[in-house]
Design a protein around this ligand. Sequence first.
Ligand code: DC
Length: 441
Amino acid sequence: MSKVIAIDGPAGAGKSTVARRLAEAMGYTYLDTGSLYRAVTWYLLNANVHLTNGGFSSVPDGMIRDALNPLDIRLRCGRVWVGQEDVTDRIRDMEVSRRVSMVSERRPVREKLLSLQRAAADRNIVVDGRDIGTVVFPNAFLKVYLDADMSIRSDRRLRELSDAGVATDYGEVLENLKMRDERDSKREIAPLSRAPDAIYLDTTSLSVDEVIAVIRKLADDRARSGYAIWKKIFYRTVWTILKALTKVYLFRQISGKSFVNAIQGPAILASNHLSHLDPPLVAVSMNRPIHFLAKRELTGIPIFGHVIAWLSAVGVRRGIMDREAMAHVRSILASGGIILIFPEGTRSRDGQLHDAKAGFGKIVLECGVPVVPVRIIGSDRSFPPGAWFPRPSPVRVIFGEPLYLSGSSSQSDPSESALRDRYERIGCEVMDRIAALSAEK
Ligand code: DC
């Protein structure tokens, strides 16, 4: 059976570039549905159907249907044809861009293009648009919703247009995107919206290669979803065994569990880090499955890397701002997941708490989800660095009250140093809360 990867999102979020290159890399066919709506708009403009603002909404459906009857649109080798005419470049004109949202909100237009889009799914395809995951292919193999800040989207679209030789300026592009966002998301039929099962990906600070890498990883994971049930059983089995072992062998105690159990949605667990036992210790202290960040040196080890990936480890490169890992964390949180992060970045060699890395503050600030401080005590005595096997020695996991730190990075003060300050302050606040937990009973 052929597979559909559906990529929806507002204009300029990077959908077409990502979808085209993703399709190339995976050997899939690329279907740019926006170009179909643009081709219809270009055709109606040339067919002299009244396309001024108020005018088009009062053109009766029947008249639009009649006008579209003879229309023959084809996508061939990356080019868009209307009848015998190659309109690939002309459909990118600002004149078409200004009118396309108004045209695409009409029922006869959407009906005409729906069957055309569905017919393309006789092979593996990557499709981008606005309603792909919600209406056109609700059973798509993978659904992704790409988004980005408005200013970044305008920059990208302006660059794309000037590369294609279209004369325009930033102001005009920005206005056009705002107008289309508004119209595309508010229209009655098939509005732009995120399917509940679509993975949300903010591409503001990601390169095209990084976005593609994340989607490929999601597609690979999905392709292995035949194993998903085994993965669940595996997680559950390991979890149950470790739960019993850590209780009997390490006399594990937990406090403050009600704080973390009260959270239904996404959250970051921020813990001090003393030993390799810490991720499993926190995992078995929870009622919900969790993900955790693990250094790439571990996730890259053959077999062992796969085992910890099955236990929901996310590989992260240390010493750099690993944007691919950040995107992965964002998509876990956007899907309501919970992730364990060690703000200090590495195990403490002296048992003391150390400063949080700036990357931790960045994740917290950008994701805007509750942060639960976690203090682990005793795991370094039980499993010190260099040891081959844990020894029986009491360990304790203490959960603190969740912190609700500011949701998104400020646009009014985007300076690099001001942001770094905020990341540091967040790191300090969280580490202070972790430190305070040691005093709790
Ligand atoms: O992706 P694009 O900017 O080329 O799309 C042009 C317009 O087409 C967009 O503003 C809304 C419309 N469109 C749509 O309504 N549904 C789709 N699946 C794709 C595009």
